[in-house]
Write a protein that binds this ligand. Sequence first.
Ligand code: CP
Length: 305
Amino acid sequence: MQPKSLVNITDYGRDDILRILQSAAKFKQSPNRDLLQGRVCATLFFEPSTRTRLSFETAVNRLRGRIIGFSDAATSSSTKGESLKDTIMMVSNYADLIIMRHHLEGSARYASEVSPVPVINAGDGSNQHPTQTLLDLFTIYETQGTLENLTITIVGDLKYGRAVHSLIQGLSHFHPTFNFVAPDELGIPEKYKLYCDRRGIKYNEYAEFSPESINSADILYMTRVQKERFTDLMEYEKVKNVYILYNDMLSESKPNLKVLHPLPRVNEINQDVDENPKAYYFQQAKNGMFVRQAVICDLLGIGVE
Ligand code: CP
């Protein structure tokens, strides 16, 4: 039998998600513990990362575990032609858990199927980023006091944004209303609309970043246009600055509104938003470490207490 992995946010049901958020809250109170003494975790990053890799590695360090891995696939034997399967088999000889980011959609599922140790998907192409969603949900709960019945406006690259795809599925347990704001070229894929339709989840689609889409929201989730997913850079140039949030656009927003972003940002949130108390993206990124501590312990069957 394969060990439990986290590849898609749908691998965790509602109760699993709530359990992870509860554990993460405990780690936020007290992040330095001896829970991973003697354990080794591998971070295999075939694509660049700042937050995800460093927060995973800090999570392990603060639990007294050890980290091996690479942050640049060019330094691994994949450049000599070693297959993903062989890489995973080798690393599982050394590590108790594999955390992997890869440019190919489905690579994390494949890795989890061949790996004798748990695999955490740290992002596979445009597909999924489940630990981003768990930290987003933690942050939404932290700022709103609930996950239920919220209006979430998601802005930007809804086609290629893996954080968006996971977030829609992760929030689906909690009766959200979505406002999807995207240009035609970067609209939400049909499969996620179908996912919402089948669950009776309400959504509106906008091509304009209208005051209505901002002022009706509890959470304004801004995203970057994913340059690395475009095959034609002229197409990227056309849409790269399609929506930019400026501070004065928040003047009529709800008092409880928080602006989130998975980061990195490019131009889509002007720096004049940073000083607004409604800007919460840096605190959101910090929460990633606590949530990842919770996920690692969960998959290794280690109790938090
Ligand atoms: N949010 C996120 O995945 O950031 P990184 O690409 O820096 O890991």
